[in-house]
Design a protein around this ligand. Structure first.
Ligand code: IMP
Ligand code: MG
Length: 180
């Protein structure tokens, strides 16, 4: 696995420092107000696990599963919400958590559904945002790092289901995408 890595983009220590700061930003926003953290599976599991442990606030955690990048694809192929089929969000303050904001289609699709289903407020928080030539379909309210337009893995992010367990955020060698 290590031999597939071309470069470490953000190491585990820089990630931890930023996650701690993000938790403080979230605490300042929600304060005493109860809210629901909604991590999007599977990419955000490690981020959200670190984040919530810095947040001694009253919250629930309700996961949602979406699929946009099936298999060996590196661009959004259309976002599908796989779980839950109906959200129980009426009047609740929802914070959607994702690993990375790229085209913005995933966040947009989820937030639209939450709005339709009567969420009280909807905010979004991503660890990473890609710098793209054109703006994403939806901006996130909280962003950890802006990164170059490259496909990254580690700290929850995958390529074809692998590399989520790398502790750092890394760029893969080009040959990995060729499947050789
Ligand atoms: P968007 O819908 O194009 O904004 O893409 C967001 C989703 O695509 C995230 O939930 C990620 O799971 C996935 N994704 C986008 N870029 C990357 C990447 O560089 N590495 C791994 N997953 C990515
Ligand atoms: Mg994802």
């Amino acid at each position: 696995m290590q031999e597939d890595i071309q470069e470490i983009l953000i190491d585990r220590y820089a990630i931890q420092a930023r996650v701690y700061k993000m938790a403080q930003e979230l605490a300042a926003t929600y304060g005493e107000r109860e809210f629901v953290m909604m991590p999007l599976l599977t990419g955000s599991i490690i981020f959200v696990a670190d984040l919530v442990r810095h947040l001694p606030l009253r919250m629930r955690i309700d996961v949602a599963a979406v699929s946009s990048y099936p298999g060996r694809t590196t661009s959004n192929q259309g976002t599908q919400v796989l779980y839950p089929t109906a959200f129980d969000v009426r009047g609740r303050d929802i914070l959607v958590i994702d690993d990375i904001l790229d085209s913005g289609r995933t966040l947009h699709a989820v937030c639209m559904l939450l709005r339709e289903q009567g969420a009280g407020s909807i905010r979004s928080c991503v660890l990473l945002k890609k710098k793209l030539p054109r703006p994403p379909e939806m901006e996130a309210d909280f962003v950890g790092f802006e990164i170059p337009n490259e496909f990254v893995v580690g700290y929850g992010l995958d390529y074809n289901g692998y590399y989520r367990n790398l502790p750092d955020l890394a760029v893969l060698h080009k040959r990995v995408f060729g499947g050789t």
